[in-house]
Ligand binder design. Structure first.
Ligand SMILES: NC(=O)c1ccc[n+]([C@@H]2O[C@H](COP(=O)([O-])OP(=O)(O)OC[C@H]3O[C@@H](n4cnc5c(N)ncnc54)[C@H](O)[C@@H]3O)[C@@H](O)[C@H]2O)c1
Length: 486
């Protein structure tokens, strides 16, 4: 856990806590501030609390603050509610109602606000600009050195060119009393608690030695190596990593077309490719295309920034292009499996962009459901965690298409009377596929976009499976007693 801070360190708050390691109130190191308590901000804040920091967090959204104050997480992720409960009980994670209070109490302040997609592929910097302005104004009122750390994802050059100047202007502080740093976050949703508490590396681009020291002390107790870079290099590492990972997904997706066309299983091929330590197995998973709040937005922003610099990014072009093709391909697979879709009942299982999260941002479920409706199908959708988020986002995106879409509360209700089911997110409950589900379908057919329903389970349930990335898009394996369809 956290080593003790040096008493000489500026503003270090030692609690008067007694008792053993990790006991109530026992904290060490600089007080950490979190501005923006979304998916990334909550995981980051709780990870610092877990490592012994006292954390104060502020979000502009009153509802988020109210939920957190009651100890309720606004986001669903494995381990998140438990960690929030534990760190709140230990008195290490506090919600505050103003940036003034946060600026007064916290010495190392992490900007974790949204950087949503904006027009022309650029990121919309309005939230982070406005948070920086408000934080700068709050910093005017407090004494002592402060470090502001940009943890939100921004394109290379943004901190030096945009955020640091705003902070300096609005706070009236020079480098003598205000340090600025970049510390990108690499967590993956669905496993964000583990990723945030156990990062593989901590990338730190600080504008000066004092800021670097403050961030290092905030990270005391984390076992990851700290990689010290310039702020712009740190921003480039984040975008470079995302582009590479997205390309790996797209690469596996491209391979999936080969195995479908020539016969074979993309997972077996990808596993053998990934066994080469120069490549590695992670993210070589073919599916309906990547979703989530980061890859698409960050790749577009990276490409846009590359264009502005006269560089261009063929990597971003390729990853994005293959991704669009793959989602179209997934829809074609559904159409091939289901025949003419007009009037057919189709169940889409899984709406989150991946299993383990309730996040639906850029989920492939949106284009897939839209395409099914456009082909005349009647669609029912289910997700054990993300149904409410999907419904809200759907109403915003496609209000006129809602009549033929039903939101159902159980997977069994979704498949009852369906001509075809589509597995979009590989939640564990779908992978067990009880025989009763097949019996309730008009015709027990599944398009498995993730290849995750095990063959023996499908066989036992008499389920005909069309798997993305397998065979010649034919049903694999042939269910007993059923004719193999071309
Ligand atoms: N979600 C991820 O998996 C992930 C991973 C790595 C990096 N990131 C990056 O982290 C940043 C945040 O992403 P997220 O997924 O947590 O977004 P999010 O939308 O879940 O959360 C952002 C939060 O910031 C708050 N906010 C906006 N403006 C604010 C302001 N002026 N003052 C205070 N709070 C404000 C919002 O109310 C919201 O709760 C983005 O830059 C994203 O690219 C996200």
């Amino acid at each position: 856990m956290a080593p003790h801070a040096h008493p000489s360190d500026l503003g270090t708050e030692h609690s008067a806590g007694h008792g053993g390691r990790g006991g109530r109130g026992r904290t060490a190191g600089p007080v950490v501030g979190i501005v923006g308590v979304g998916y990334m901000g909550i995981a980051t804040g709780l990870a610092f609390a877990h490592r012994g920091r006292s954390v104060v967090a502020y979000d502009i959204d009153r509802g988020v603050r109210a939920a957190l104050r009651k100890g309720r997480s606004p986001y669903r992720e494995p381990g998140l509610a438990e960690l929030l409960g534990r760190e709140s009980r230990r008195d290490r994670f506090h919600i505050v109602d103003s940036l003034s209070e946060l600026a007064r109490r916290a010495e190392c302040i992490f900007l974790c606000v949204s950087t949503p997609p904006g027009p022309g592929g650029r990121v919309d910097l309005r939230p982070i600009r406005s948070a920086s302005r408000a934080l700068g104004a709050a910093l005017r009122e407090v004494r002592g050195f402060r470090t502001v750390v940009v943890k939100s994802t921004v394109v290379p050059g943004t901190t030096d060119e945009v955020i640091a100047p705003i902070l300096r202007r609005t706070s009236g502080r020079s480098a003598r009393t205000l340090g600025v740093a970049v510390n990108p976050e690499f967590l993956s949703e669905g496993r964000m608690v583990r990723d945030a508490t156990h990062p593989a590396r901590i990338v730190l681009g600080a504008s000066g030695a004092r800021a670097a020291r403050a961030v290092r002390r905030a990270y005391a107790g984390f076992s990851a190596p700290i990689v010290a870079l310039s702020p712009t290099e740190a921003e480039l590492v984040k975008h470079g990593s995302n582009a590479f990972l997205a390309l790996k997904v797209s690469y596996a997706n491209e391979l999936s077309r080969w195995t479908e066309r020539l016969g074979g299983d993309v997972d077996r091929v990808a596993e053998a490719v990934g066994a080469d330590p120069r490549i590695g197995p992670e993210f070589l998973r073919a599916g309906p295309g990547f979703g989530g709040s980061c890859f698409d937005k960050d790749l577009r922003a990276f490409r846009r920034r590359a264009q502005e610099l006269g560089l261009g990014s063929r990597i971003a072009d390729a990853a994005l292009g293959i991704n669009d093709d793959q989602t179209r391909h997934a829809v074609e697979l559904v159409q091939r499996a289901g025949g003419p879709l007009r009037g057919r009942e189709v169940a889409v299982l899984g709406l989150a962009f991946k299993a383990g999260t309730d996040d639906v941002r850029e989920s492939r479920a949106f284009p897939i459901v839209e395409a099914l409706l456009a082909a005349g199908a009647r669609v029912r959708v289910h997700d054990p965690s993300a149904l409410a988020n999907f419904r809200r986002e759907w109403a915003r995106r496609s209000p006129r298409q809602s009549a033929r879409l039903r939101f159902v509360r159980t997977a069994e209700a979704a498949v009852t009377g369906a001509d075809l089911a589509v597995l979009q997110t590989d939640w564990p409950e779908y992978l067990r596929w009880p025989s009763a589900w097949s019996r309730r379908m008009r015709r027990p057919r599944l398009v498995d976009l993730r290849r995750r329903v095990p063959a023996p389970v499908a066989r036992r349930a008499g389920l005909e499976v069309f798997a993305l990335g397998r065979g010649a898009s034919g049903p694999t394996p042939a269910p007993r007693g059923r004719r193999r369809r071309a």
